[in-house]
Design a protein. Structure first.
Length: 341
């Protein structure tokens, strides 16, 4: 079911007007001596989307566009500057994020070499969330350890690893195997929602496919809901149901996968798709887009994409577009709204 058109009861996760601003000012004394003002980066600015149960929303965009910040806002690693996160109909922003909510949503991080404690055995790494959330409470020490070991073996088996791997350390595994351990740890509390922050970007292409297939199988078997962060459009096309395109902290287009890849509407979405090599030599027309991503400390007025957009006019340079419905998609573009493209 489309996350854009899902009914409220079918939505598991909703972001409403989500924003995060970071203070990147120099130290106070430096500012006084050099007479410089405080500086702020609007990493995420008025982001809104919904994810239906059992589906995958992928967020794509260039490095620094705010994808990972959105991921951390959803799981509570960052408090939002404004806006809210609604999980299963409950506002979990701030004090509403109970221990039960933490159990129901987990995160898989980008770098499997940095996200696992090198001094812990796999048994302890995967069992940590089980201990934190009281799995096997009320049992004697031996019975508790035996139940934890059985649960860890079951989790490792679900991601294609052997029960004997529980006695090894992370350095004894390849990158793909370490990411499987990360997935097993994330699944320990039987979550309903997984936030995946570029979980395959540090892996070889063949290993990427194995990890992605495991994640798809787990979603099918357990009905998991994913937010998938990536800059790899081939990966996004394989795993997603909906795709949101981010540029300089804002979502500029959100659509079902089929619509986005066949009929992209926003000029920035077209630029991303045009960057994919055309191995079929189809000769299709490409939209020329020049320039670099603007400095986030000093974003352009109006539409943030206007300095690079071939369709920009005066309205684009002074008025920021809203994310509005345009047929089967939602897009933030004056040129699309006015029918100029």
């Amino acid at each position: 079911m489309s996350a854009v058109v899902a009914t409220k009861t079918a939505r598991l996760v909703e972001a409403e007007g989500l924003a995060k601003t970071f203070d990147v000012s120099a130290p106070w004394l430096n500012r006084v001596v050099e007479r410089k003002p405080r500086q702020f980066v609007h990493a995420v600015d008025d982001v809104a989307f919904a994810i239906a149960r059992g589906t995958t929303l992928a967020l794509v965009g260039e490095s620094g566009c705010g994808k990972s910040t959105v991921a951390r806002l959803l799981v509570g690693l960052y408090p939002p500057t404004r806006g809210r996160v609604v999980f299963d109909g409950v506002d979990i922003t701030g004090p509403g994020r109970t221990n039960t909510v933490r159990r129901r949503m987990q995160m898989i991080f980008q770098d499997p070499y940095a996200s696992l404690n090198p001094r812990w055995k796999v048994q302890d790494i995967v069992a940590e969330p089980l201990r934190e959330h009281g799995f096997a409470e009320g049992r004697s020490g031996a019975a508790n350890d035996r139940r934890l070991a059985d649960r860890v073996a079951e989790l490792l088996s679900s991601v294609g690893l052997a029960a004997a791997d529980a006695e090894k350390f992370p350095h004894q595994f390849s990158g793909g195997q370490r990411q499987r351990i990360s997935i097993a740890r994330a699944l320990a509390t039987e979550p309903e929602f997984l936030v995946c922050d570029e979980p395959t970007s540090a892996l070889d292409v063949s290993v990427q496919a194995q990890v992605l297939n495991i994640m798809k199988d787990l979603q099918t078997r357990q009905g998991l809901t994913y937010l998938f962060i990536s800059h790899n459009l081939a990966v996004v096309r394989h795993v997603s149901d909906q795709v949101g395109v981010m540029y300089l902290g804002r979502i500029v287009e959100i659509a079902a996968k089929a619509h986005l890849f066949t009929t992209p509407r926003h000029p920035y979405t077209r630029m991303l798709l045009d960057a994919i090599p055309d191995i079929h030599m189809s000769g299709r027309a490409r939209t020329p887009v020049q320039g670099e991503v603007p400095n986030p400390l000093h974003p352009p007025a109006g539409c943030a994409f206007n300095p690079r957009c071939p369709f920009a006019n005066e309205r684009c340079r002074v008025e920021r577009p809203a994310l509005l419905p345009a047929g089967a998609v939602r897009v933030a573009c004056h040129a699309v709204e006015e029918g100029r493209i």
